[in-house]
Write a protein that binds this ligand. Sequence first.
Ligand SMILES: O=C(O)CCC(=O)C(=O)O
Ligand SMILES: [Fe+2]
Length: 261
Amino acid sequence: MNQFLADIINLDQHPLTNQDFRAECKRTLDEKGVLVMPDFMTPAAVSSVQREGEENQNLAFYTLSNHNIYLKPSDSKYPTTHPRNREVSSSKGCITTDQIPEDSVLHALYNSLEFRAFLCAVLGEQELFEYGDAMSSINLHYASEGQELGWHFDNSSFAITLMIQRPEDGGVFEYVKDVRDADKGDMNYELSSKVLDGDVTTKSLAMDAGALVLFRGRNSMHRVTPVNGNRTRMLVVLAYNTEPGISLSESARMTFYGRLG
Ligand SMILES: O=C(O)CCC(=O)C(=O)O
Ligand SMILES: [Fe+2]
């Protein structure tokens, strides 16, 4: 393990190369659909990314969109009141891999072979690869007062995030585990509808700055509640592919980043 990684990650608490530790992390993720590792980043690493985030916030591309929980075009076979088509709204700002300073600890962490090997072991993947385009691998998300992410399912089978700065209030990650089974084509519209109506008890994740979160969001419905107060929520998404050389589609890049490169 190189010294550099020890400057970024609290390795005493999170011994990434230890087989027992990996196995325990995998068990938690398999059982709960989520793994939160508090204080994963060292305080110095968190502060440096916070500073970079503040310095580059002027570069952020902001999106405000209405979408359904499947993040897909609506289906005219169903009424607009049906969970297949019901709309929620999401708003956030985002900077991309190429806008993160070259010497940022985020690049070092994202590219670290030890970190990738740990992720592979916990996620049960053979190998993880960066995106083929220069924007999609590392994204820093900003959510200011009133901004939120509406209920949705992810398209990818796993998501990896780092909490960089918590808002004063709100901006809470809420989820309901295993609402649907996408691979079996079981959409469970009834439960999805109840979640949208606020009739289901949700779980929330307590994540302080420095926490690493692995989340399986393909079948678990989730959202981020509106941020309250003056402090912007900053969160990093580390995105990997299970195949090499894959780029995010041009339409997705235009939607999320407002440009192609
Ligand atoms: O901001 C978060 O904590 C989660 C983001 C999320 O669910 C997503 O980007 O799909
Ligand atoms: Fe998500």
